[in-house]
Design a protein around this ligand. Structure first.
Ligand code: IMP
Ligand code: MG
Length: 237
Protein backbone atom coordinates (compact mmCIF):
# COMPACT_ATOMS: atom_id res chain seq x y z
CA UNK A 1 0.00 0.00 0.00
CA UNK A 2 1.34 3.43 -0.85
CA UNK A 3 1.70 5.99 1.90
CA UNK A 4 -1.05 8.06 0.39
CA UNK A 5 -3.53 5.17 0.29
CA UNK A 6 -2.58 4.21 3.86
CA UNK A 7 -3.18 7.78 5.04
CA UNK A 8 -6.54 7.87 3.30
CA UNK A 9 -7.73 4.63 4.85
CA UNK A 10 -6.62 5.62 8.39
CA UNK A 11 -8.34 9.00 7.88
CA UNK A 12 -11.47 7.11 6.82
CA UNK A 13 -11.43 4.77 9.81
CA UNK A 14 -10.88 7.74 12.15
CA UNK A 15 -13.91 9.46 10.63
CA UNK A 16 -15.99 6.27 10.93
CA UNK A 17 -14.99 5.92 14.58
CA UNK A 18 -15.90 9.52 15.31
CA UNK A 19 -19.27 9.07 13.65
CA UNK A 20 -19.90 5.91 15.69
CA UNK A 21 -18.96 7.66 18.96
CA UNK A 22 -21.29 10.51 18.10
CA UNK A 23 -24.15 8.10 17.41
CA UNK A 24 -23.47 6.37 20.73
CA UNK A 25 -23.45 9.70 22.57
CA UNK A 26 -26.79 10.47 20.96
CA UNK A 27 -28.16 7.09 21.97
CA UNK A 28 -27.31 7.49 25.64
CA UNK A 29 -28.29 11.13 25.94
CA UNK A 30 -31.31 12.16 27.97
CA UNK A 31 -32.98 14.65 25.68
CA UNK A 32 -35.17 16.04 28.39
CA UNK A 33 -32.13 17.18 30.41
CA UNK A 34 -31.28 19.56 27.57
CA UNK A 35 -34.61 21.38 27.78
CA UNK A 36 -34.59 24.76 29.59
CA UNK A 37 -38.37 25.13 29.59
CA UNK A 38 -41.51 23.85 28.00
CA UNK A 39 -43.20 26.48 25.87
CA UNK A 40 -46.29 24.47 24.84
CA UNK A 41 -47.12 21.24 26.62
CA UNK A 42 -48.30 18.04 24.95
CA UNK A 43 -51.88 18.45 26.12
CA UNK A 44 -52.20 22.00 24.77
CA UNK A 45 -50.80 20.85 21.41
CA UNK A 46 -53.28 17.97 21.19
CA UNK A 47 -56.22 20.24 22.02
CA UNK A 48 -55.22 22.81 19.43
CA UNK A 49 -54.62 20.13 16.77
CA UNK A 50 -58.15 18.79 17.34
CA UNK A 51 -59.52 22.32 16.95
CA UNK A 52 -57.61 22.80 13.69
CA UNK A 53 -58.99 19.46 12.48
CA UNK A 54 -62.52 20.73 13.05
CA UNK A 55 -61.87 23.96 11.08
CA UNK A 56 -60.47 21.91 8.22
CA UNK A 57 -63.47 19.54 8.31
CA UNK A 58 -65.80 22.54 7.95
CA UNK A 59 -63.80 24.29 5.25
CA UNK A 60 -63.35 21.27 3.01
CA UNK A 61 -66.57 19.29 3.47
CA UNK A 62 -67.51 17.70 0.13
CA UNK A 63 -64.21 18.76 -1.49
CA UNK A 64 -61.31 16.79 -2.89
CA UNK A 65 -58.70 17.54 -0.20
CA UNK A 66 -54.98 16.80 -0.42
CA UNK A 67 -52.72 17.46 2.58
CA UNK A 68 -49.08 18.17 1.77
CA UNK A 69 -46.52 17.83 4.54
CA UNK A 70 -43.15 19.53 4.18
CA UNK A 71 -40.51 17.08 5.44
CA UNK A 72 -39.16 16.48 7.94
CA UNK A 73 -40.26 18.85 10.70
CA UNK A 74 -43.99 18.61 10.05
CA UNK A 75 -44.37 14.81 10.14
CA UNK A 76 -45.56 14.61 13.75
CA UNK A 77 -48.02 17.47 13.31
CA UNK A 78 -49.21 15.90 10.04
CA UNK A 79 -49.74 12.51 11.69
CA UNK A 80 -51.86 14.01 14.48
CA UNK A 81 -53.68 16.53 12.29
CA UNK A 82 -54.83 14.00 9.71
CA UNK A 83 -56.35 11.90 12.49
CA UNK A 84 -58.17 15.00 13.77
CA UNK A 85 -59.74 15.43 10.32
CA UNK A 86 -62.79 13.25 9.75
CA UNK A 87 -63.60 14.05 6.10
CA UNK A 88 -62.01 11.89 3.38
CA UNK A 89 -58.65 13.19 2.15
CA UNK A 90 -55.31 12.09 0.70
CA UNK A 91 -51.78 12.95 1.82
CA UNK A 92 -48.47 13.58 0.10
CA UNK A 93 -44.98 14.79 1.04
CA UNK A 94 -42.43 17.27 -0.25
CA UNK A 95 -38.88 17.98 0.86
CA UNK A 96 -36.98 21.19 0.29
CA UNK A 97 -33.56 22.58 0.99
CA UNK A 98 -32.39 26.16 0.99
CA UNK A 99 -29.29 27.60 -0.57
CA UNK A 100 -26.52 29.38 1.32
CA UNK A 101 -26.36 32.82 2.84
CA UNK A 102 -25.72 34.63 -0.42
CA UNK A 103 -29.08 33.61 -1.80
CA UNK A 104 -30.92 33.84 1.51
CA UNK A 105 -32.70 37.08 0.77
CA UNK A 106 -33.88 35.84 -2.61
CA UNK A 107 -35.41 32.85 -0.81
CA UNK A 108 -34.27 30.31 -3.35
CA UNK A 109 -35.44 26.91 -2.21
CA UNK A 110 -34.66 23.66 -3.95
CA UNK A 111 -37.19 20.84 -4.15
CA UNK A 112 -35.44 17.61 -3.26
CA UNK A 113 -38.60 15.52 -3.17
CA UNK A 114 -41.60 16.48 -5.24
CA UNK A 115 -45.21 15.33 -5.04
CA UNK A 116 -46.19 11.97 -6.46
CA UNK A 117 -49.19 13.38 -8.33
CA UNK A 118 -50.55 16.37 -10.21
CA UNK A 119 -52.62 18.78 -8.10
CA UNK A 120 -54.60 20.50 -10.83
CA UNK A 121 -58.20 21.07 -9.75
CA UNK A 122 -57.62 19.71 -6.24
CA UNK A 123 -57.94 21.50 -2.91
CA UNK A 124 -54.43 21.57 -1.49
CA UNK A 125 -53.55 22.28 2.12
CA UNK A 126 -49.87 22.66 3.02
CA UNK A 127 -49.09 21.36 6.51
CA UNK A 128 -46.01 23.06 8.01
CA UNK A 129 -44.30 22.82 11.39
CA UNK A 130 -43.11 26.40 11.77
CA UNK A 131 -42.97 29.57 9.72
CA UNK A 132 -39.94 31.69 10.36
CA UNK A 133 -38.71 34.05 7.59
CA UNK A 134 -41.46 32.72 5.33
CA UNK A 135 -39.09 32.09 2.42
CA UNK A 136 -39.67 28.34 2.21
CA UNK A 137 -43.43 28.59 1.96
CA UNK A 138 -43.42 31.69 -0.18
CA UNK A 139 -41.38 29.78 -2.75
CA UNK A 140 -43.36 26.58 -2.38
CA UNK A 141 -46.74 28.29 -2.77
CA UNK A 142 -45.52 30.00 -5.95
CA UNK A 143 -44.50 26.64 -7.40
CA UNK A 144 -47.71 24.91 -6.38
CA UNK A 145 -49.96 27.79 -7.56
CA UNK A 146 -48.44 27.37 -11.03
CA UNK A 147 -49.83 23.83 -11.09
CA UNK A 148 -53.41 25.20 -10.91
CA UNK A 149 -54.91 23.66 -7.79
CA UNK A 150 -58.57 24.51 -7.09
CA UNK A 151 -57.36 26.15 -3.88
CA UNK A 152 -54.12 26.40 -1.93
CA UNK A 153 -54.03 27.09 1.80
CA UNK A 154 -51.51 26.83 4.63
CA UNK A 155 -51.84 25.43 8.13
CA UNK A 156 -48.83 25.75 10.42
CA UNK A 157 -48.46 24.54 13.97
CA UNK A 158 -46.15 27.41 14.94
CA UNK A 159 -45.53 30.91 13.69
CA UNK A 160 -42.81 33.39 14.58
CA UNK A 161 -44.33 36.57 13.16
CA UNK A 162 -41.41 38.74 14.36
CA UNK A 163 -39.04 36.89 12.04
CA UNK A 164 -41.05 37.28 8.84
CA UNK A 165 -39.07 38.59 5.86
CA UNK A 166 -41.61 38.01 3.11
CA UNK A 167 -45.34 38.46 3.11
CA UNK A 168 -47.28 35.21 3.35
CA UNK A 169 -50.96 34.41 3.71
CA UNK A 170 -51.26 31.81 6.44
CA UNK A 171 -54.77 30.43 6.87
CA UNK A 172 -54.45 28.66 10.22
CA UNK A 173 -51.80 29.05 12.92
CA UNK A 174 -51.69 26.67 15.88
CA UNK A 175 -49.62 28.95 18.10
CA UNK A 176 -47.81 32.25 17.58
CA UNK A 177 -44.55 32.11 19.48
CA UNK A 178 -41.82 34.61 20.37
CA UNK A 179 -38.51 34.73 18.54
CA UNK A 180 -36.88 31.75 20.22
CA UNK A 181 -35.43 28.59 18.74
CA UNK A 182 -37.72 25.71 19.65
CA UNK A 183 -37.52 21.93 19.45
CA UNK A 184 -39.80 18.93 19.96
CA UNK A 185 -42.98 17.61 18.32
CA UNK A 186 -41.10 17.12 15.03
CA UNK A 187 -38.81 20.15 15.28
CA UNK A 188 -35.10 19.46 15.60
CA UNK A 189 -31.77 20.90 16.59
CA UNK A 190 -28.97 18.99 14.84
CA UNK A 191 -31.55 16.33 13.89
CA UNK A 192 -32.38 15.54 17.54
CA UNK A 193 -35.34 16.27 19.86
CA UNK A 194 -38.04 15.56 17.24
CA UNK A 195 -39.52 12.84 19.47
CA UNK A 196 -40.24 15.08 22.48
CA UNK A 197 -44.03 15.40 22.82
CA UNK A 198 -43.96 19.12 23.66
CA UNK A 199 -42.51 22.32 22.19
CA UNK A 200 -39.54 23.41 24.27
CA UNK A 201 -36.60 25.78 24.42
CA UNK A 202 -33.13 24.24 24.70
CA UNK A 203 -30.59 25.11 27.37
CA UNK A 204 -28.02 27.54 25.91
CA UNK A 205 -25.14 25.22 26.83
CA UNK A 206 -26.44 22.64 24.35
CA UNK A 207 -25.68 25.01 21.48
CA UNK A 208 -22.37 26.08 22.97
CA UNK A 209 -21.28 22.47 23.48
CA UNK A 210 -22.22 21.33 20.00
CA UNK A 211 -20.50 24.34 18.49
CA UNK A 212 -17.27 23.75 20.46
CA UNK A 213 -17.43 19.97 20.26
CA UNK A 214 -16.07 19.22 16.83
CA UNK A 215 -15.43 20.27 13.33
CA UNK A 216 -17.81 17.71 11.84
CA UNK A 217 -20.93 19.44 13.10
CA UNK A 218 -23.09 20.34 10.13
CA UNK A 219 -22.39 23.98 9.37
CA UNK A 220 -25.89 24.66 8.18
CA UNK A 221 -27.58 24.07 11.51
CA UNK A 222 -29.41 27.07 12.88
CA UNK A 223 -28.04 28.70 15.99
CA UNK A 224 -30.58 29.57 18.66
CA UNK A 225 -30.14 33.32 18.34
CA UNK A 226 -30.24 33.26 14.60
CA UNK A 227 -32.47 30.36 13.67
CA UNK A 228 -32.15 29.76 10.00
CA UNK A 229 -32.88 26.75 7.87
CA UNK A 230 -30.61 28.09 5.16
CA UNK A 231 -28.08 25.60 4.08
CA UNK A 232 -25.43 25.29 1.47
CA UNK A 233 -25.87 21.54 1.48
CA UNK A 234 -29.08 19.89 0.38
CA UNK A 235 -30.75 18.70 3.55
CA UNK A 236 -34.45 18.43 4.12
CA UNK A 237 -35.87 20.42 6.98
P1 IMP B 1 -38.52 29.80 6.77
O1 IMP B 1 -38.29 29.59 5.31
O2 IMP B 1 -37.52 30.75 7.37
O3 IMP B 1 -39.93 30.20 7.12
O4 IMP B 1 -38.14 28.43 7.42
C1 IMP B 1 -38.97 27.59 8.06
C2 IMP B 1 -38.20 26.33 8.45
O5 IMP B 1 -37.07 26.66 9.28
C3 IMP B 1 -39.06 25.44 9.30
O6 IMP B 1 -39.84 24.58 8.50
C4 IMP B 1 -38.02 24.72 10.14
O7 IMP B 1 -37.52 23.61 9.44
C5 IMP B 1 -36.91 25.72 10.33
N1 IMP B 1 -37.03 26.45 11.63
C6 IMP B 1 -37.30 27.75 11.80
N2 IMP B 1 -37.36 28.08 13.10
C7 IMP B 1 -37.13 26.93 13.78
C8 IMP B 1 -37.10 26.62 15.19
O8 IMP B 1 -37.30 27.45 16.10
N3 IMP B 1 -36.83 25.33 15.50
C9 IMP B 1 -36.63 24.36 14.56
N4 IMP B 1 -36.66 24.61 13.24
C10 IMP B 1 -36.91 25.89 12.85
MG1 MG C 1 -40.51 22.73 8.04
Amino acid sequence: MSNQVQEQSSEQSRAEKEARTERENHATRSLIDDVARILIDAEAIQERVKELGRYIDEMYAGKDLLLISVLKGSVIFMADLLRAISIPHEIDFMATSSYGASTESSGVVRIIKDLNQPIEGRHVLIVEDIIDSGHTLSYLTRILEARNPASLRIVTLLDKPERREVELDVDWVGFSIPNEFVIGYGLDYNELYRNLPFIGVLKPEVYTETQEESCHQPKEKPSPEQPSPESSEPASE
